[in-house]
Design a protein around this ligand. Structure first.
Ligand code: F6P
Length: 415
């Protein structure tokens, strides 16, 4: 490589996205990049000429290690939808004039399905106009819903956090006795894909029986049936724990979280903000069954829990970042790095690249046969799939008893 690299982060953050950033940075430097720039708040920031030189911030080996262990998008993120390449030429002219000014040979975007839409459009525009910058996507999302990749960096760490926290919640539920029992509803992110909610099964083992019910958005949710099942469990045990995806919906297509409140916020890609499912169901069960209920929303914690990151995940995230730079350096463009699984036991994986046009804006859901017939649990196949992805730990670098992260760049937050 003879020119410069620019990298951006986009969409919801994860505990592993900065490990991919570290992989991009390290590989770009190793392969001879003169400069490695970071877009601040992704493509939206770049349009406003907001970027930094990463070597001003990553100065030592320790900084690289800290970056890998730092949650949230180090460079800031965005959910910005580019117009179609024939819709608004001015936007593209602006972006490409900035890329020319910075002498960018390689553009890497770390993100999920919406972010791959950005790579798709930019690479199409470059081909159309004969521009030489190459565009490669690096996968990232806790939702694990990207097509053509076995799984996505970020999912394994979120799954590990969710499985661990679920186990702690189940144990806590047996402590206090309530006259009519306790029902705990735990809400998990993932939008319209149930991978993360299914990961609550990881709590199950010799010392824990796991959640009593698991509801994924791939199966239509029936309120009455749900109530009956919970009532049945309450006859048998003092504490019932239910995992629900934020994306579960009733037969008419309405999200359960919309039954309580209308959703007013919709992002640039048309996604509604899903939140409040557990709270709605806990109120409903308390009113219907007269028991004590508790609603728990993992919310931000499940994607920011880097203290519980999976070693496999952080390693693969780093490799994916490196593979993105390597692919671009070898002449690829309009591609996304994918993770391929060669075996479950021992777990073995590798990277390849696939056409981003076949990935952008698609949503990969949990196969129906990995969910039990009654739609209220996951099967052994699901467990076999998810288990290898949460293996191993990455010890945080502790200072005064608290994990240390790489300093947030001032450029990110100073007005
Ligand atoms: O796309 C990742 C994700 O974490 C989804 O699971 C979730 O619905 C969404 O982001 C939440 O986004 P925000 O933080 O913008 O509310």
């Amino acid at each position: 490589m003879t020119r410069n690299v620019i990298v951006g982060q986009s969409g919801g953050p994860t505990a592993a996205i900065n490990s991919s950033l570290a992989g991009v940075y390290r590989t770009a430097i190793d392969r001879g990049a003169k400069k490695v720039y970071g877009m601040l708040h992704g493509i939206q920031g770049l349009l406003n000429e907001k970027y930094l030189d990463l070597s001003d911030h990553i100065k030592t080996e320790l900084d690289v290690e800290l970056l890998k262990r730092t949650p949230a998008a180090y460079l800031g993120s965005c959910r910005y939808k580019l117009p179609g390449i024939h819709e608004d030429k001015a936007v593209y002219e602006k972006i490409f004039s900035i890329l020319d000014k910075l002498d960018i040979e390689i553009f890497i975007y770390i993100g999920g399905n919406d972010s791959m839409d950005t790579i798709k459009k930019l690479s199409d525009y470059a081909v159309l106009t004969g521009h030489t910058t190459r565009f490669i996507g690096c996968p990232k999302t806790i939702d694990n819903d990207l097509a053509l990749t076995d799984h996505t960096p970020g999912f394994g760490s979120a799954a590990k956090y969710i499985g661990t926290s679920m186990k702690e919640i189940i144990r806590d539920g047996f402590c206090l006795e309530y006259p009519a029992g306790l029902v705990t509803i735990v809400e998990v992110m993932g939008r319209n894909a149930g991978w993360l909610t299914g990961a609550t099964i990881l709590s199950k083992g010799e010392d824990c029986e796991g959640p009593d019910l698991i509801y994924l958005p791939e199966v239509t949710f029936d309120l009455d049936n749900f109530k009956e099942r919970v009532a049945k469990f309450l006859k048998e045990k003092t504490s019932v724990v239910v995992a629900v995806s934020e994306g579960i919906h009733t037969e008419d297509g309405k999200y359960v979280c919309e039954l309580g409140n209308d959703i007013n916020f919709v992002d640039a890609f048309g996604h509604k903000q899903l939140s409040g499912t557990a709270s709605y169901l806990a109120t409903y069960i308390a009113a219907e069954l007269g028991c004590k209920t508790r609603a728990i929303e993992f919310s931000t914690l499940q994607r920011a829990g880097s203290h519980l990151a999976s070693r496999v995940d952080l390693l693969e995230a780093f490799q994916a970042g490196g593979a993105a730079v390597k692919a671009a350096d070898e002449g690829e463009t309009g591609q996304m790095v994918v993770l391929q699984r060669f075996s479950d036991e021992p777990y073995q994986s590798g990277t390849a690249v696939r056409d981003v046009h076949k990935i952008a804006n698609d949503e990969k859901c949990v196969p129906r046969n990995w969910i039990t017939e009654d739609g209220a649990y996951v099967t052994e196949e699901f467990i076999t799939y998810v288990k290898p992805l949460v293996q191993g730990d990455v010890t945080p670098i502790m200072v005064d008893g608290i994990p240390r992260h790489l300093f947030t760049p001032e450029e990110l937050y100073k007005k």
